[in-house]
Unconditional design. Structure first.
Length: 669
């Protein structure tokens, strides 16, 4: 027995960023009126501009805006919404929110609250799946959450062990623990992170399966008892337990494994009375055995790769099922065509341990050759209050290698300036032999990247020479705009001997002294140190340039920040540089900064402080925990010495580069 069909005329999207824009695109195509909600930090965000109507929720912190259930329900009432799409993250897996929507007469575009509740608690979910006969990783999912009980259980499970938050996901509240000595600290940190992210500190323990594949099955169910799966996605490439690259199908899954894993996922969905889009995640070991990990009762970030290989709009399917309609296809109708790979573009500093990097998007231009799902625009401020993902770039091709190469090219053609991003890292990852061969496991990054690989890209002589030519060409362009009709034949012409223009360019702590000498209308001799280059500028548009360097063609993306004299933002082969012309910039001297000064590496909330004034600390000691973009980061002592000043306190929001602590360093013997 099912509810009678209902029509969704207007949908409130209780989310932000790229997923809000993604849902709106399909809703608009289906003739559904769209309503955005936003925080004060997102007042000018693309999802707000895209919607038919919008409602201000409150201040920037998620607890005051996107997690404020009453304000979201008030927004639905005020704007005449008859349905709510939660996207992913925030309230998407909150059973109380789903119930509140139903009580308010709103259609919740997601599964029943009971299903969310069962699968939203990893401990309950695992117990339920064990009873249902779904293969599970050995571990502890008991209700006794005392440290003593967890420590005892860990000895029975065996090390290495995974500590996980029972609620939520996205890598928050998750720690890999190699031995018993490290477990108490891991429990404390994971519990704190889970409480801050999900409002619940319960933990589970699981035996760590070394170097598995992370493979997930997309399931879909309607209210008429029909349940199907749409194949698998491989999400093994991760950092800090958060996915970076995803693909469909998995290069490690055979037809037999797909059938068995798909059947297990369908069994899991049937067992809890599931309706809507869901993802059952598994760990796949080297021998082909798989184990239930968790079920995400929502649309996944990586859903586009499934859409590309099945040619099914999953959001449209969500709307149809939410309106009480039966699934328009059976399992036999599902076919996988070609291969699709997705890369998550994050605002983060890879060289600094993938730290989130808030700031302004000076210029954004997605590649025309790929599907790009984004929620950003030029001029937008990326806040430290939310997840650092900026966009997803997705390609599809007949073969996996074609899809991989297309994605590399698309990333190189993606312009994102003003923020530090992981773009170059994504390109490097896609080009690593392990990934190209389809051999990547969850240990991929650790196995394939050294500290040098993760360092900021080198500002080489050749790149500096290209930048100098762009500085010269832009200067000439500005001068010509202020002159009266100089003919092209006179460009770069001198009546006397050629004049060399000097530049002192700096990027990534590397400096080059460069001379640019024009030798024709668009030809230049460039010298830097002992190197010399012959460069031809064959094309120059607003943000694209094509140069030939000693006969080798180089396609560049660039931007000149508004009001920023002597700065050039440059992307070459996917590596991004923020370049200063020191001949134009009167920069203040860096000075001899005290080695004992500890500054905030990013905007964030100072969750805890472990030191006091006058305390003696050793280099590497924990000083504090800073929470930014949903993750907690430990701040450690850069030197040994005595704490002389504490400039902040726990519970306070701090800005990037603000001084938090000062330590008087010990004299070295």
């Amino acid at each position: 027995m099912t509810d009678s069909p209902k029509t969704i005329n207007s949908a409130l999207i209780a989310n932000r960023g790229e997923i809000a824009c993604r849902v709106m695109r399909t809703a608009k195509a289906m003739g559904i009126r769209t309503i955005a909600v936003y925080s004060e930090a997102d007042a000018s965000a693309p999802h707000v501009q895209m919607a038919d109507d919008a409602f201000l929720l409150g201040p920037a912190p998620a607890a005051d805006s996107y997690l404020n259930v009453e304000r979201i329900l008030q927004a639905a009432r005020a704007t005449g919404a008859d349905a709510v799409h939660p996207g992913y993250g925030f309230l998407s897996e909150n059973a109380a929110f789903a119930r509140a929507c139903a009580e308010a007469g709103l259609t919740f575009i997601g599964p029943p609250p009971d299903a969310i509740e069962i699968m939203g608690d990893k401990a309950k979910a695992k117990r339920r799946m064990i009873d249902a006969g779904v293969p599970c990783v050995p571990g502890y999912q008991g209700e006794d959450q005392a440290d003593k009980a967890l420590l005892a259980a860990a000895k029975d499970v065996g090390f290495p062990i995974m500590v996980k938050a029972a609620a939520g996901g996205g890598g928050r509240g998750m720690r890999l623990v190699e031995n018993a000595n490290d477990l108490p600290t891991a429990l404390t940190t994971a519990r704190s992170e889970a409480e801050n992210a999900f409002g619940a500190g319960d933990l589970i323990l699981e035996r760590a399966i070394i170097e598995p594949r992370h493979v997930e099955i997309q399931v879909f169910a309607d209210a008429h008892g029909n349940v199907i799966h749409l194949g698998e996605r491989d999400c093994s490439v991760q950092r800090r337990h958060q996915k970076v690259l995803e693909e469909a199908p998995s290069p490690a899954v055979t037809p037999d494994i797909r059938e068995a894993m798909g059947a297990a996922a369908v069994k899991a969905a049937c067992d809890i009375g599931y309706v809507g889009a869901g993802t059952v995640e598994f760990l796949l070991d080297r021998e082909g055995a798989f184990y239930f990990l968790e079920m995400n009762t929502r649309l996944q970030v990586e859903h586009p790769v499934t859409e590309m290989v099945t040619d099914i709009d999953l959001v449209a399917l969500q709307f149809q099922v939410a309106q009480g309609r039966a699934l328009p296809l059976s399992q036999a109708d599902v076919t996988l065509s070609g291969h699709s790979i997705e890369a998550r573009l994050y605002a983060e500093d890879v060289a600094q341990g993938f730290l989130p990097a808030a700031g302004r998007v000076d210029f954004w231009q997605p590649a025309p050759s790929a599907r790009t799902d984004s929620g950003i625009a030029s001029g937008l401020e990326v806040s430290a209050f939310y997840d650092p993902m900026l966009a997803k770039i997705i390609t599809h091709a007949e073969t996996r290698d074609d899809a991989r190469r297309k994605l590399v090219d698309a990333l190189k053609a993606t312009a994102i300036f003003g923020l530090t991003t992981n773009k170059a890292f994504l390109i490097d990852a896609l080009e690593k032999p392990d990934f190209a061969d389809g051999a990547a496991t969850t240990a991929f990054i650790g196995d394939n990247f050294t500290d040098n690989d993760l360092a900021a890209p080198a500002f080489t002589d050749e790149i500096a020479a290209c930048a100098a030519v762009l500085f010269f060409a832009q200067g000439r362009k500005t001068a010509l705009a202020q002159s009266l009709g100089v003919p092209a034949a006179l460009f770069n012409w001198r009546s006397a001997s050629p004049v060399t223009t000097p530049y002192r360019l700096k990027a990534n702590e590397t400096q080059h002294d460069i001379g640019v000498t024009p030798e024709g209308e668009n030809e230049y001799a460039v010298t830097t140190g002992e190197q010399s280059f012959s460069i031809t500028l064959s094309n120059l548009s607003a943000h694209d340039a094509v140069l030939s360097v000693d006969g080798s063609r180089k396609a560049l993306l660039y931007n000149i920040p508004i009001g920023a004299s002597g700065r050039l933002q440059l992307s070459i082969s996917g590596a991004d540089f923020d370049i200063q012309n020191l001949h134009e910039i009167f920069a203040t001297a860096e000075g001899g900064a005290n080695a004992g000064v500890v500054s905030a590496p990013m905007h964030g909330l100072l969750v805890d402080i472990f030191i006091k004034n006058g305390q003696q600390v050793a280099k590497g000691d924990r000083l504090a925990v800073l929470e930014a973009m949903k993750m907690q980061h430990e701040l450690t002592a850069p030197v040994s010495g005595k704490v002389t000043d504490i400039h902040s306190e726990a519970g306070v929001q701090v800005s990037a580069n603000s001084v938090l602590f000062e330590i008087d360093p010990e004299d070295e013997a």
